[in-house]
Design a protein around this ligand. Sequence first.
Ligand code: ADP
Length: 312
Amino acid sequence: EEEKRKWIKGKKLGEGTYANVFLGHSRSDPAVKVAIKKIKVNKEFTDGMPPDAVREVKALQELNHPNIIRLYSVFASKDQNLSLVLEFLPRGDLETLMFDQNVTYNAADIKAWTAMMLRGVWFCHENFVLHRDIKPNNLLIGADGELKLADFGLARSFADPHQLMSPNVITRWYRPPELFFGARHYSGAVDVWSVGMVFAQLANRRAWITGGNDTEMVTLLHRELGAITDDVWPGVSTLPHYVGPGPNPEKPRDLQFYIHNFRPLGTEGCHLLMQTLMLDPKTRVTAKQALQHKYWFADPRPTPTELLPHVP
Ligand code: ADP
């Protein structure tokens, strides 16, 4: 109740799957503009918040980094709904930007955005936070052009689980193979995979692997990235939901394959992409390693943040 009084709610900015979003500002400093995200909490499960979600909110409140959306405050209202007070990011998201035919962008812009994504992910992982839901529409753009990781799957953990099941709503395109196969212990490597898929999508302005359901995703992963077997990922076949490649398994993908399909990234970019999309999460590059890759130092240099293109 105390927290709630600190913020003044303004007009509705938009409606998402799990939340209504309002413009707002700080009562004590009207220059501090915020987005107030009112989560639609499922009424059947209002016995308090899930403990994991609470822990996650606390962690996010303490993550201060230019490439992670600031979470200023969290409060519950009388009707049990939960509000998150977030940094206001007025320039849309990476998905809108990629789909907008009025926006053109080049290899230097892709490099700048991917670097910002990786810096945000690196900082999360340094602080033992996994994002778990990196995808273009969760990458928001600030007034200064800075790209920020948003929606830490935390809205979801408070939301209606039935809504969650709707296959048209949740995209699986950025999810790594270890999650489809039901790995119980997963790591920061899940976020690195998602970054790789966004990087690939930036190159061609279209998502790479777009299965309509989990089964189709696994089929496509085998087909596009090469057969996922114990040869390339020792022990994968023992995972609880493992499904093999079927007849005529595809060969492992080499650098030439990536250069052929993701040419805008250049040779170094393709090498980095390949390392972010290693099937075996143990051999996948970490965010920290990815930030030390030669790609960042090769031409073209990344576009300065303030010069990046944006949705008009
Ligand atoms: P979705 O469920 O589609 O991901 P959200 O619930 O995150 O959507 O947000 C709904 C809409 O609110 C977005 O499309 C966007 O226009 C707006 N929005 C969300 N977060 C912010 C923010 N931090 N700053 C400005 N606008 C935001």
